[in-house]
Design a protein around this ligand. Structure first.
Ligand code: MLT
Length: 235
């Protein structure tokens, strides 16, 4: 029987065996929501990198550079980390290099996985169907905030756990998966209430970022399942 596990923050990842498993990286606000949006609307390639320096260097190779730190656009880069920025027509068919506070770091820590899959509420069902068709166990890695637990990524993990276990195709690997699902079941009656009260939504609100929250809470806006191949996202 396949299992689904939840790693609540990348700081706990050393306790998990990634080899042979599919890892779903989630950063709802907003890295993986941006990646899913970009790949869905026609960005040709998205290259997640962990550092500002790596991102800046890729400008010379023709990448549009997207960089966020602490929720704000980093100085000297072409764009920040709003999904609405990834909808710009000028990005269609072009390549984006991206670095964010937590999301791209979580991706860089998942290299031992069989496959790294990019998950968000925006492509929740597509990700679930992709995983249900494959034999590997699953670990859902929540990007969190600087090593701490966050609400929105764990809510996504609970939503995905619910989809994978509902017909008995996956079983719970540990209590984090059970807890995430229970939290999502409680929150799903008014998800926006939970999302608006999350620490990162409030942090973004202080930066004037409001509409991103509602957009990133939408379920199944897109059907793409971005995966990492040779360091870049493909669909
Ligand atoms: C993150 O890396 O935690 C997020 O992408 C931060 C953000 O976009 O505000």
């Amino acid at each position: 029987m396949r299992t689904v596990d939840v790693c609540l923050t990348p700081d706990l990842l050393h306790q998990y065996e990634l080899a042979g498993k599919n890892v779903v990286v989630v950063d709802i606000l907003r890295a993986t929501s941006c990646m899913v949006t970009g790949m869905a609307v026609g960005v040709a390639a998205i290259k997640p990198v962990a550092s500002l320096e790596e991102c800046a260097d890729l400008k010379k190779q023709g990448y549009t550079t997207a960089a966020e730190r602490n929720g704000a656009k980093a100085e000297g880069f072409d764009m920040g980390n709003s999904p609405f920025e990834y909808m710009q027509p000028k990005l269609k068919g072009n390549k984006v290099a991206v670095t964010t506070t937590n999301g791209t770091l979580a991706i860089s820590k998942s290299v031992d996985a069989d496959e790294i899959i990019i998950g968000a509420f925006l492509n929740l069902t597509a990700v679930a169907n992709y995983l249900l068709e494959r034999p590997q166990d699953v670990i859902i890695l929540c990007a969190g905030w600087k090593g701490k637990f966050n609400l929105e990524d764990t809510l996504f993990a609970g939503a995905l756990v619910q989809k994978l276990t509902k017909d008995g195709q996956f079983e719970y690997a540990c209590d984090a998966a059970l807890a995430a699902e229970a939290m999502y079941k409680d929150a799903s009656t008014d998800l926006m209430h939970y999302m608006r009260n999350s620490s990162h939504a409030k942090r973004l609100g202080r930066l004037g970022v409001v509409k991103d929250i509602e957009f990133c809470a939408q379920h199944d806006t897109y059907a793409v399942v971005p995966r990492i191949q040779e360091g870049e996202l493909v669909i």
